[in-house]
Design a protein around this ligand. Structure first.
Ligand code: SF4
Ligand code: SF4
Length: 254
C-alpha cells in the first residue's frame, strides 16, 4: 500500500470572488463543475491500484457554487471512508447553504477551511462563526489580505532554491485523470493558452498509465515544471481581478 497524505481536487474552477493572481486561475476560467462520475472513476482508480489517502481537500474556484457538492462528499467518503475530508471556501455562500449541506458536513465530519478576504466585515465573520458553531462544524478561519505571486518565465534559478521557496506543502492535485504536485502544472496550460506564456507543462502524470509506486514517487519528487516558480516569490496586496485579467496578475515581471 502506498500512502498520499494530502490530495486536493477542484469542485469548480470558476469563483464568485475572482482574486487577482488566484492559484486556480478562476478569473480566466469558464464555468466548470466537476462531474461525480469523473471523480468516482479517478478515486476508484487510485484505490484499486493500492493508494491510501489520509486527507482529501475539496477546492475551487468556489466549491460551494457546485450545485451537488454533497454528492462529491458522498463519492469521496464511499471510496475513502477513513480519509479526513476538508473543504476550502471563501465563505461567501456559507449563509445560504441548506440543511442537507450542513447535515452532510456533520455526517462526514468535514472540516471547513475558510479564507476570509477583505470583502468581509468583522460582523460578517462573527455571523459565519456563529453559524458554524450552531451546526457543530469543525472549522479553521484565516483572514487573508496578501497573495504570493510565484510564477515566472525564463527562470534562471536552480531547482534547489526554487524548492526551498515552494509553499505548496505537499498538497497534491487530482484533475481529470492526472495528478500533479500542486496546481501549477494544471493552470500553466490555461495561462499559456490565454496569454501566450511558455510555462512548462511537464508536471502531470496520467493515473491510468502508472502504478501506485510511480504515482507516489512522481508526486514526492520535484520535476521540470517547478521551473515555472520563482525562487523569490513576491507578496502582493489582495485585489479583485476586475474585468480584464492580465498576464502580470500571475507572472512576476510579466
Ligand atoms: S476566492 Fe480563492 S478560488 Fe476564488 S478567486 Fe479568490 S483565491 Fe481563487
Ligand atoms: S511547481 Fe514545484 S515549486 Fe512550484 S509550487 Fe509546485 S511543487 Fe512548488
Amino acid at each position: 500500500m502506498q500512502i498520499i497524505d494530502y490530495l486536493e481536487f477542484w469542485a469548480t474552477k470558476h469563483c464568485n470572488l475572482n482574486c487577482k493572481g488566484c492559484s486556480s486561475c478562476s478569473p480566466i476560467s469558464e464555468e466548470w463543475y466537476l462531474e461525480t462520475d469523473v471523480l468516482e472513476k479517478d478515486l476508484s482508480r487510485l484505490k484499486k491500484i493500492g493508494i491510501s489517502i489520509s486527507n482529501i481537500n475539496i477546492l475551487g474556484g468556489e466549491p460551494l457554487l457546485h450545485p451537488r457538492i454533497v454528492d462529491l462528499f458522498d463519492v469521496v467518503k464511499t471510496i475513502y471512508p477513513n480519509c479526513k475530508l476538508g473543504l476550502l471556501t471563501n465563505g461567501l455562500l456559507l449563509r445560504k447553504m441548506n440543511e442537507e449541506f450542513w447535515n452532510c458536513c456533520v455526517k462526514y465530519s468535514i472540516k471547513l477551511k475558510i479564507t476570509c478576504f477583505p470583502v468581509f466585515s468583522e460582523s460578517d465573520i462573527e455571523q459565519i462563526e456563529h453559524l458554524l458553531n450552531q451546526h457543530g462544524i469543525e472549522y479553521q478561519l484565516t483572514r487573508k489580505t496578501r497573495f504570493n505571486k510565484i510564477l515566472t518565465e525564463n527562470n534562471k534559478s536552480n531547482i534547489k532554491d526554487i524548492i526551498q521557496a515552494c509553499g505548496c506543502n505537499n498538497a497534491y492535485n487530482l484533475y481529470d485523470g492526472y495528478v500533479s504536485r500542486c496546481t501549477v502544472p494544471m493552470i500553466a496550460e490555461q495561462l499559456n493558452r490565454r496569454f501566450g506564456t511558455r510555462l512548462n507543462l511537464e508536471g502531470k502524470l496520467n493515473i491510468y498509465n502508472a502504478t501506485a509506486e510511480d504515482i507516489v514517487n512522481f508526486l514526492s519528487t520535484p520535476n521540470r515544471s517547478c521551473i515555472n516558480c520563482s525562487a523569490f516569490p513576491i507578496k502582493v496586496k489582495w485585489e479583485k481581478a476586475g474585468g480584464s485579467p492580465t498576464k502580470e496578475d500571475w507572472i512576476i515581471g510579466g
